[in-house]
Ligand binder design. Structure first.
Ligand SMILES: [Zn+2]
Ligand SMILES: [Zn+2]
Length: 504
């Protein structure tokens, strides 16, 4: 082989890096083009808005195939400058992620994505620098023929052939995927591996007005190995299971009050607890007086279904004695605004009265376990009992309604000739808490972390976060989190740590 034929070291580097990066982008591009919903799930992208799955396919599939093409071009033509194209896109993508991070937006795959992108940026820069040093300006000026040649044709053929192969193999791919997905769902358990302590998972961070990001109120509290559910708003059981929490493991349900947005999925939880855990006794449902009526109603509504389940699955899977719920009403001694409802194995759960206008009684709950504490406000306007219970709490899970935004919705409803909606949007403002009032209370009570849930109005886009929080960050000096479904806060025993991760 002559010197002329032997590839220069810079050429080898260019081939190597261009090949690795190009193959990576090609895989992603083909994946997003052929299986957009699968790739969206892998990268925790919710294709629920606007153009949906086709948007993911077009935008991300097109972007990654384009980046792959320029890697390919740089590698095949020995022209390092083409690698600058995917490099610019990568830098812009990283910049976008960092802007999001600065605005407090996070996602389960953020760290992984940033790491991969940073590695690719370093590789591409290294290739460009080394190639530029070796070439010493020998690379010729760009000619249009670089695009219109065999390289482009080969790349296009590879893409078309790969897409065709994926389309033709959909049945086989589907069979592989279904087994993997099923294994992941059936073996995953978000409670496994959690350290001893208190853990709070949001299975519903929204309120009655539809929010595409949020089911209605539901908070799962994990205490050691025990699992409790506070409120079961509509849509929350779907989130609960998607978060890999097992209804069969639930030890008790605690209802704050009986507005429909807090009880809608109770029947689903009772049913799934029963058949999921083959329980011999009904699930205990704690609540202020009135809980008997709610539980009785759900038991009655699900009675026929329970009968079918026993007949169909047999009493081993569905023991007749375990169907439904058992109401555990609690009350308050005269002059008292709080009462301990659970006191076992180091866990104390205190129910306390809150002020939710005509909804009486309405309560919040405080969990204390091994020196860690979590308070869940329930629905309430600012009230001294909550401030008292929140004193020194590690985490306050606080309902919040931003009156400025709700007023805008009310005005729009009025102008849109929806008088009932306008009236409701006006009425609800006097029995909830504004983020600013919540911040004031949390600051006075010395709360260590303020987490908003029962978010009103709906916040379908993250740009609304600052408008929702208003001046809360000026008033409360600790960390504030705007809750979203799937968030898990861990408070390990024997530490002061409050860690956050995602279960969705
Ligand atoms: Zn309510
Ligand atoms: Zn509510």
């Amino acid at each position: 082989m002559t010197d002329r034929q032997r590839p220069a070291p810079s050429g080898a580097i260019l081939h190597g890096i261009g090949g690795i990066a190009g193959l990576f982008f090609l895989t992603l591009g083909l994946g997003f083009m052929a299986l957009p919903d699968v790739l969206a799930a892998v990268f925790s992208i919710a294709p629920g808005f606007g153009s949906g799955v086709s948007g993911v396919r077009g935008d991300l599939g097109g972007l990654f195939l384009g980046m792959s093409f320029f890697c390919w071009l740089g590698m095949a033509r020995g022209r390092s400058r083409w690698l600058a194209v995917p490099l610019v896109f990568l830098v812009l993508i990283i910049a976008g992620r960092l802007i999001g991070l600065a605005l407090g937006e996070t996602s389960p795959s953020l760290t992984r994505s940033l790491t991969i992108e940073a590695v690719l940026v370093v590789l591409l820069i290294a290739a460009l620098v080394l190639a530029a040093r070796k070439s010493r300006g020998r690379e010729k000026n760009f000619k249009m023929t670089e695009f219109l040649n065999a390289t482009t044709l080969v790349f296009a053929l590879v893409v078309i052939a790969a897409l065709a192969a994926i389309q033709l193999s959909q049945k086989k791919i589907g069979m592989v995927l279904v087994e993997r997905i099923a294994r992941k769902i059936m073996t995953a358990d978000s409670m496994a591996g959690l350290p001893d302590g208190l853990h709070v998972a949001l299975c519903g961070s929204g309120a009655p007005l539809n929010d595409p990001r949020r089911a209605q109120p539901c908070v799962a509290v994990i205490v050691g190995t025990r699992l409790y559910v506070i409120d079961t708003g509509p849509g929350s059981m779907r989130k609960f299971e998607l978060m890999r929490l097992n209804p069969g493991q639930v030890r008790g349900v605690l209802l704050t009050h009986f507005h429909s947005d807090h009880i809608g999925d109770l029947g689903e939880l009772l049913l799934k607890h029963w058949v999921g855990g083959s329980t011999q006794a009904p699930l205990e449902v704690f609540g202020p007086p009135g809980v008997e009526k709610v539980v009785q109603g759900f038991n009655l509504a699900y009675a026929l279904d329970s009968g079918y389940r026993v007949l169909h699955h047999g009493p081993e899977v569905a023991p007749p004695s375990g169907a439904g719920g058992a109401a555990r009403p609690f009350s308050f001694a005269p002059g008292q605004d709080h009462t301990v409802i659970i006191d076992e194995d180091g866990l104390t759960v205190t129910a306390f009265l809150v002020d939710h206008g005509p909804v009486k009684p309405a309560v919040g709950y405080r969990f204390d376990y091994k020196g860690r504490s979590v308070v869940i406000s329930g629905d309430t306007s600012p009230t001294p009992s909550l401030r008292l219970q929140a004193k020194g709490a590690d985490l306050l899970v606080q309902e919040a309604l931003q009156p400025v935004l709700v007023q805008v919705l009310r005005d729009v409803a009025e102008k849109s000739n929806r008088p009932n909606m306008a009236k409701i949007l006006s009425d609800i403002q006097n029995y909830h808490t504004s983020p600013e009032d919540a911040a004031r209370m949390a600051q006075e009570a010395g709360v260590r972390h303020l987490l908003f849930y029962h978010v009103l109005p709906p916040l379908p886009v993250s740009m609304l976060k600052a408008a929702f929080l208003g001046d809360a960050k000026k008033i409360y000096h600790g960390p504030i989190t705007l809750g979203e479904d799937g968030m898990l806060f861990s408070l390990p025993a024997g530490s002061e740590k409050i860690a956050r991760k995602w279960l969705l």
